[in-house]
Structures are given as C-alpha cells and as structure tokens.
Design a protein around this ligand. Structure first.
Ligand SMILES: Nc1ncnc2c1ncn2[C@@H]1O[C@H](COP(=O)(O)OP(=O)(O)OP(=O)(O)O)[C@@H](O)[C@H]1O
Ligand SMILES: [Mg+2]
Length: 288
C-alpha cells in the first residue's frame, strides 16, 4: 500500500503478525518492550511519519532526536495512544507492546496509559496539593494499599521527597519548575508503569534541575523502560543507551516533508560513528 494516503479511517485493528526481519541496517536489541513496524501516521492528508520500524529495548533509555517537526512527539504519542485524542490523526502499520497489538479494539487506552506513562515538556501538576498530585492516578486506578506509603515511595523515587516532605499539603503549583517536573514524574511512577515516555522533559528546566532529572532517569531504568525526546544532543549522549535519529524527508509528498528514521543505533556509536550521512549532518549541527 502506498504510504501517501491513509486507507484506514480510524485507528486500525492491525494484526501484530509474525516477526519479520527488520530492514537492513536497523540495529535493534532483542528484548523489545515496544515495537513498531511500517508505521505511517497522518494528520488529515499530511503524512507526518513514514515507514517507522523501531524496537524499544527493555530497561534501557532510548532517545529520539531530530529536527523540529520530524515527528518525535507524534511517535511518542503513538506509543500510548495519545494520538487517539487528535481527531485528524490516522495511522497504519503495527505497534506491539509486550507482544500484544497496541491498537487492537481489545486494548483499553486508559489501562494502556497506566502501563505506559507520559511526562510532558511543560510540567503540568494539577492545582492540588503535592500529596494529591501523587495519589490521584493511584486513586482513580482503585489503589487499595497504604496511600501515605505510596506517596512517600513515589516522591523518593522521583528524588523529591526530602524537598517536600514537610509541605505535602501545599499546592503542587507552588513548587519550582524543576520540582514540578519531578512531581509529575512521581505522579507517573505512583501508578507503577512499565514504560515512561518523556517529551523534552528538561527543556523548561535550569541545568541543576536537568541534572537531577537525568540522574533520576539513570536510577529508574533498572525498573522501567524510558523513551525520551530531546533537542539536547548532550542529554541524549549522557542519558541514553540507544538513539533514533529522525529526519525530514521531502521525497514522499510534494511540498510536504515527512518524518522518517534515518538511523537507530547504540548511542555511543551514533554519536561517534554515525552510519547515515544525515545523522552526521544533524549531530554536527549542519542540518536541523
Ligand atoms: N495535532 C496536530 N494536528 C495536525 N498536525 C500536527 C499535529 N501535531 C503535529 N502535527 C504535524 O506533524 C508533524 C510532526 O509534528 P511533531 O510535533 O510530532 O514533531 P516534533 O519532532 O515533535 O517537533 P518539535 O521538535 O518541534 O517538538 C509536523 O508537521 C506537525 O505540524
Ligand atoms: Mg515535539
């Protein structure tokens, strides 16, 4: 099927199918938690992502880099069906999560988003207390355990407990930007996800808060799989194990540029010995 126009009107019930070899040059580890195959995403008639085949390794940090508009956020949103909330978004291809078809009609997007949590670019605490911010997700998911213990554990894991333990009833909005972002991470952790998607989580933070979030990611990866979108090349290098470099390709649709994966490699190699000339041009600042 041509990737130019979508044939599928709604989020399709695609089969997860058998495992076929990935395209030559795609360097993926064997233990994938999430994977896509031949994923195409449109907004209306504009093809935003084309032929995306990627496998996200378990308990590692995968960075998505690439120029503005190449579809990094779109890809991240496909991973927890946030694009379902955008009426013009359509997709074809496959996304598999723990071997299951992520877009199947049987997959409940709300429970999926509990298993695949998301942290956004701009910290977005609720206008509620610090305690309520963390407890909220667990409460609506019917958590029956000791809530005080869960709130403390989540705040500790998010490296925020010591800074807020004496003011849990104060509004989450009264925290600094870096603290708010760690509060949002604590809120995500409180529902015990398996994967954490982070869309430029440090772009609104100062270098000290950024370092704290990066340290935290490093701690978390023993228990979680993390996918991070970043414009900060040093951050991708410092934090991630694998890096996917997305690019804009103008070949497919006249006048409209479409995101593709130029290269997906172990981070060290992508930054020291990129296989694709477009990756090299991007990481050296010659394009993007
Ligand atoms: N809700 C939407 N409706 C229509 N088009 C959209 C929507 N969201 C994104 N797009 C388009 O899809 C393409 C990819 O956008 P996306 O936000 O995924 O890129 P990005 O790589 O995250 O960019 P940035 O680095 O600027 O955040 C762009 O052309 C964008 O204009
Ligand atoms: Mg984005």
């Amino acid at each position: 099927m041509s990737p130019i126009m979508p044939e599928v009107k709604a989020v399709p019930n695609v089969s997860s199918g058998g495992a076929e070899p990935l395209p030559a040059g795609t360097d993926v580890p064997s233990t994938a938690v999430l994977s896509t195959r031949d994923l195409n995403v449109w907004y209306g008639i504009s093809l935003a992502l084309r032929d995306i085949t990627i496998a996200i390794p378990r308990n590692q940090i995968t960075a998505l880099i690439g120029p503005s508009g190449c579809g990094k956020s779109t890809l991240l949103r496909c991973f927890n069906r946030m694009n379902d909330l955008i009426p013009s978004a359509r997709m074809t291809g496959e996304i598999t999560f723990e071997g299951l078809d992520l877009n199947s009609a049987e997959t409940d997007p709300v429970s999926l988003r509990r298993r695949i949590g998301m942290v956004f670019q701009k910290p977005n605490p609720f206008p509620k207390s610090i305690y309520q911010n963390v407890a909220w997700g667990a409460r609506i998911n019917g958590y029956r355990g000791d809530m005080d213990e869960l709130v403390e554990r989540s705040l500790r894991r998010a490296a925020l407990w010591d800074e807020v333990k004496d003011k849990l009833n104060k509004s989450g909005l009264d925290l600094s930007g870096g603290q708010q972002q760690r509060l949002c991470i604590a809120r995500t952790l409180a529902v015990d996800p398996e994967v954490i998607l982070m869309d430029e989580p440090c772009s609104a933070l100062d270098p000290i808060s950024t370092a704290r979030v990066e340290d935290l990611m490093d701690d978390l990866k023993s228990e979680y799989t993390i996918v991070i979108v970043t414009h900060n090349m040093q951050q991708a290098r410092r934090t991630s194990d694998m890096t996917a470099c997305l690019m804009l390709d103008d070949g497919a649709q006249h006048g409209h540029r479409t995101g593709i994966i130029a290269e997906f490699s172990p981070t060290d190699r992508l930054f020291t010995n990129p296989k694709d000339p477009r990756t090299e041009a991007y990481i050296t600042g010659r394009i993007g």
